[in-house]
Design a protein around this ligand. Structure first.
Ligand SMILES: [Zn+2]
Length: 433
């Protein structure tokens, strides 16, 4: 800006000098007799040049300082936006700390925001009601591909949920006062502080692996980072086109919803992403590839884990094999040991050695069971089985249990009343084809 101002001064100075050089000469030739009368023009024009130069300098100083105050204003607005965003997601202490540290702390806008934030912080109330933990599998993007009459149709129609259904649930959960709460801050006993009228909701997603058997059935292919640096899904459309979209699974859809409704998330919490190991994670076949290809897939998977954890997601183990021996709550100690070790060897590093275990087939373990002690010894402090009771408790082993309820198509059909009362109006959500 400054440079441009000086350039324009030079240009105008040159054109004025051109006038000085040419104009008097032309006049002298044309009106020789009156030459002495034009002698005043040269000093006059010189003064004019000097005035212009001085004006230019003053102008550039003024424009410089106004640019500076523009930058100040912009910086202030940026800080205010950052602080407001923190306060909107209930990060009151962080917001207040930023106000305190700001060079504009004494400006009116900052003082007002400080007062508002302190008031909201004081309004937090102890919550001693239940935690609501619901879960999903990968969402069905194209129902016409999932429900096509083949042997997988029935399973998808029971244990899965469509993108359209999930997107219809969110505004209703939001309206009913649910607020995404971090599973690792759940307390089995004692109260937590929440904004008045809010209920803690934990969302987990099982089998975020995009297994080979699902290919062509209307699900995403894998998780990716898009051009904006956000988590997204890579999806093959019914016509075979490869696209990148947020509308491909729970995580990017929820990310987008929270971007629009920051008050739906307590301190930026989103949910829990659970993976098995036998086909790699997030659609990257880290265990099936070898050599350089494998290293590349691992690096991609790690990028996804990094992005997820940076944006409020927790990661969880959902067993390595998801083997049938986990059905019916009677997995043997031997099988459990084999499976859990395999996960530790091949997957744990890729998901930052999580301490959350989401049991395959939702199997339960009783308090005092040696298998539970084993899981605790293997580093799992949080165990999430399936039970519509959605109880939260801590065992003698020191393991926090967080029972989960499946918001799938089967439950929307068979537990409609419970879902209507508790979460959302099923009829306005359920995909009818
Ligand atoms: Zn599963």
């Amino acid at each position: 800006m400054e440079k441009r101002t000086f350039n324009s001064i030079e240009i105008s100075k040159d054109s004025i000098l051109d006038t000085i050089d040419t104009t008097p000469r032309r006049r002298y030739k044309a009106r020789r007799g009156r030459a002495s009368n034009t002698n005043w023009i040269k000093p006059f024009l010189l003064i004019l040049v000097l005035l212009c130069l001085a004006g230019g300098i003053i102008f550039s100083i003024v424009s410089c300082s106004s640019a500076k105050s523009g930058t100040t204003k912009q910086k202030m607005q940026e800080e205010l936006a950052q602080i407001s965003a923190l306060a909107a997601s209930y990060n009151y202490d962080e917001a207040l700390a930023l106000i305190e540290a700001s060079e504009y702390a004494q400006k009116d806008e900052f003082l007002a925001l400080k007062q508002e934030t302190e008031q909201k912080k004081a309004e937090l109330v102890p919550y001693d009601g239940p935690y609501y933990h619901v879960f999903f599998h990968s969402l069905i993007i194209y129902p016409e591909l999932a429900f096509d009459g083949d042997y997988k149709h029935e399973g998808y129609d029971m244990w899965m949920t469509t993108v359209s259904e999930f997107k219809a649930m969110l505004p209703q959960l939001y309206e009913r006062g649910f607020i995404l709460y971090p599973l690792n801050e759940v307390k089995a006993e004692g109260e937590i502080l929440l904004p008045p009228g809010k209920k803690p909701l934990i969302i987990s997603i099982d089998d975020v692996n995009y297994y080979g058997y699902m290919k062509g059935d209307g699900f995403a292919d894998k998780l990716v980072i898009n051009d904006e640096g956000n988590l997204a899904c890579e999806v093959t459309t019914p016509t075979g086109e490869l696209i990148t979209t947020y509308d491909g699974d729970v995580m990017p859809i929820l990310d987008e919803f929270v971007r629009a409704h920051p008050d739906f998330s307590f301190k930026g919490a989103k949910g829990v992403v659970a993976v098995t190991g036998y086909e790699g994670v997030y659609g990257y076949r880290t265990v099936k590839l070898e050599g350089e290809e494998q290293e590349k897939a691992k690096a991609e998977a790690l990028k996804i884990s990094k992005k997820l954890t940076e944006t409020g997601w927790l990661l969880a183990c959902h067993s390595y094999t998801h083997n049938d021996y986990f059905r019916d709550n009677n997995v043997s100690m031997e099988d459990l040991t084999y499976d859990t070790n395999r996960f530790a060897e091949r997957i744990s590093d890729l998901i930052y050695n999580t301490d959350i275990y989401i049991s395959p087939f939702g199997y339960h373990l009783p308090v005092g069971d040696e298998r539970l002690q084993y899981m605790k010894d293997m580093g799992y402090n949080i165990f999430c089985p399936v039970s519509p009771a959605m109880r939260t408790y801590k065992t003698d082993e020191g393991v926090l249990f967080s029972e989960r309820f499946n918001l799938d198509r089967y439950n929307m059909r068979t537990k409609k009343e419970f879902i209507n009362e508790t979460f959302f109006d099923v009829d306005s959500v359920y995909y009818k084809g």
